[in-house]
Design a protein around this ligand. Structure first.
Ligand code: PMV
Length: 308
């Protein structure tokens, strides 16, 4: 029996833009997906993760493809394994559930088959698996799912090693993640941005330039623990995500609730179109106020911290 885990994540800055080699900032959320893998005659999956109804069903095909990619990458002809998935990370779009499960499964297979993979190898297998869910992923999700922490990430567009640096904050800070309840397809969202960018190159170029500048400023503000500035930059980032059309009605409603209740900043996180948003809410009191305001409107929320 082999075991493995992968962290869930929240993207604070730069989702979608990271696909094109611009910098992004993401953090692990302290909740993980766990996998247990046992050799057997055929491939079987028992998915006991908690989360959005319909999520696992609609992602089943992509999950199957991700397993094929994993076996190929590992050079395994024998694909008979029983895979169990569980853990504390709720399965919802925007929280990096697919990357967390890819890392957990790759670790558990390596453990069960005594492959001895280190983190770098697990990360590259999980990246390959992520292609099934995201089409042309940047690699930010699997990197956080593998290493945890708060990171600065830049995809190497030439295909070499990506730039990944840990960011240190003076002390951990509270966030709220609000779930729109809408299951989103990251692959379709990424493809949609690519399509619109082709049609409006100048407009998109201008937005991309702003996104890059935002991430650079945000990193400096995070390192200083200047959360007023970080929050204002998150608001600007949300507006850029609206401009590239990856927000949605429910997500905008959640962002508005967060801001009305005192969040320092709020934005879509991850692929968008549904899935989650994130609000920066320093202090337990503010976190609680924002979270319960969302819950009062019927949304599912996650109270957590970044920079732990
Ligand atoms: O929807 P998620 O949580 O899988 O996040 C995807 C992040 C994107 O930037 C939209 C895609 C990527 O590969 O970076």
């Amino acid at each position: 029996m082999g075991k493995g885990s992968g962290y869930g994540k929240v993207i604070l800055f730069g989702e979608h833009f990271v696909v094109y080699g611009l910098p992004g900032i993401a953090s692990a959320v302290g909740l993980a997906t766990d996998a247990v893998v046992t050799k057997s005659g055929a491939l079987s999956v028992k998915d006991e993760r908690k989360g959005t109804e319909g999520y696992s069903g609609s992602k089943r095909e992509q999950q199957r493809e991700s397993f094929e990619r994993m076996f190929d990458m590992m050079g395994l002809k024998e694909k008979g394994v029983d895979i169990w998935l569980g853990g504390e990370l709720p399965v919802m779009s925007g929280i990096g559930a697919s990357a967390a499960s890819s890392v957990a499964i790759a670790r558990a297979v390596s453990d069960e088959l005594k492959l001895g993979y280190d983190d770098a190898k697990i990360n590259s297998v999980a990246y390959e698996m992520e292609k099934a869910f995201a089409g042309n992923p940047s690699g930010i999700d699997n990197t956080v799912a593998t290493y945890g922490g708060l990171i600065w990430f830049k995809k190497n567009m030439a295909g070499g090693q990506n730039d990944m640096e840990k960011i240190r904050v003076p002390k951990p800070v509270e966030i709220v993640m609000g779930n729109s309840g809408v299951v989103a397809d990251t692959k379709a969202m990424v493809a949609g941005v690519a399509e619109r960018r082709k049609q409006q190159p100048e407009e998109y170029d201008a937005v991309f330039k702003k996104a890059e500048a935002l991430a650079v400023k945000a990193r400096a503000a995070l390192e200083k623990g200047d959360y007023k500035t970080v929050g204002a930059l998150m608001d600007e980032n949300h507006s850029l995500l609206q401009q590239i059309k990856v927000s949605g009605e429910k997500l905008d409603e959640l962002v508005a609730i967060a801001k009305q209740n005192g969040a320092f900043g709020a934005k879509v996180t991850g692929g968008g179109g549904g899935g989650c948003m994130v609000a920066l809410t320093p202090g337990k009191e503010l976190q609680e106020r924002v979270a319960s305001a969302m819950e009062a409107k019927g949304f599912q929320v996650l109270r957590t911290r970044i920079g732990v």
